[in-house]
Design a protein around this ligand. Structure first.
Ligand code: TXA
Ligand code: MG
Length: 315
């Protein structure tokens, strides 16, 4: 069965990982389902535990730039971003170095690798203790929302992973921003915890996946965030059989209301998003109505996840 480990049992978590076992761990964004990124069998076991229909490339976690540099080709743009945003909710997609020790499966056969240094102190301590990069997708079953507490992880993966390191609720609550620097034109593959505006202040204008044609982040196509009930976005009124996902002062008339942030704070809303999606996805509601959320700062990432949730059932 899956062991629940406290911060005091970090060494146990690290030795399980070094032995090729899977351990979920907290990051400041969401919980990750970790395995030794240099071990093909451990990486394969991650896909099996998630029940992923196909091999999407995984984010490889490191404690700091020194651990990342041997794995990929860092240019000035990458170093500038790292200096400003690591450790933190930013993932860089870079060309694999010739000597890259990361499992090819973690890169899903691409010639790139996605790297991130998480800021959560327990993730930092774990990475330093393991002494190896950890591949970790969000610790949910395929098609479900990302977990922001250890209970969410156990709901989804109990019995499928060796252990979970419990670090309490995640502070940011929405996944990392993914930026592709493997080509000349820097491209935003996934909006996330570092707002686009902050990246553009360092890099200049970022292209979008839409501008460059085929999506280079296959995970973007997954039905990651699909509740079982129909979902309407940007509503200005709500029906009595609907549950309202509110932002700011709530509309009246819903059968129930879950507020992402009653004060209209985007940071608080991001932190609450995935727990709220779980709360509203209940059979006693016929449908879900979502109030408008501004498209600025973290709002872009929140709206991206909500749009995918809303169309998830259809594709
Ligand atoms: O905040 C996060 O990023 C969390 C925590 C655990 O770090 N992780 C996470 O992983 O959200 P996952 O697997 O659920 O999403 C990874 C995203 C996917 O959209 C995937 O396609 C993209 O990163 N990705 C990973 N490697 C890539 C690569 N080499 N090229 C393009 N996209 C890549
Ligand atoms: Mg995910």
């Amino acid at each position: 069965m899956t062991e629940r480990l406290s911060a005091a049992q970090l060494d146990r978590a690290a030795s399980l990982l070094r032995d090729g076992a899977l351990v979920a761990f907290p990051t400041e964004t969401v919980y990750g389902l970790g395995g030794d990124a240099t071990n093909d069998r451990a990486v394969a076991a991650i896909f099996a535990a998630k029940g992923r229909p196909n091999f999407n490339p995984l984010i490889v976690h490191v404690a700091e730039i020194g651990a990342a540099e041997p794995l990929a080709e860092f240019d000035d743009r990458a170093r500038d971003l790292v200096r400003r945003f690591w450790p933190g909710p930013l993932t860089l997609v870079l060309k694999r170095s010739v000597a890259c020790s990361i499992s090819r499966l973690a890169s899903a056969g691409l010639d790139t690798v996605a790297l991130r240094a998480p800021a959560h102190p327990l993730a930092q301590a774990l990475l330093r203790t393991v002494g190896r990069p950890l591949a970790a997708p969000s610790a949910n079953r395929s098609g479900h929302v990302s977990p922001t507490t250890s209970d969410h992880v156990l709901d989804e993966l109990s019995g499928r992973i060796a252990a979970i390191l419990d670090g309490g609720p995640c502070r940011v609550g929405i996944e990392s921003t993914v930026v592709d620097l493997s080509q000349k034109q820097a491209t935003l593959l996934r909006p996330g915890g570092v707002p686009r505006e902050q990246l553009e202040s360092v890099l200049g204008r970022l292209a979008d996946t839409a501008d460059v044609g085929a999506p280079r982040s296959p995970g973007m196509l997954e039905r990651h965030y699909a509740p079982a009930r129909p979902m309407r976005l940007n509503v200005s009124s709500v029906a009595s059989d609907e549950v309202l996902l509110a932002f700011g002062p709530p509309l009246s008339g819903a059968s129930a209301t879950v507020n992402l942030s009653s004060t209209g704070d985007l940071t608080e809303a991001a932190a609450n998003l995935f727990a709220a999606l779980r709360q509203i996805d209940q059979p006693r509601f016929t449908a879900i109505a979502v109030m408008p959320i501004p498209e600025t700062g973290l709002g872009a990432a929140i709206n991206d996840r909500l749009r995918r949730a809303a169309r998830g059932r259809a594709n």
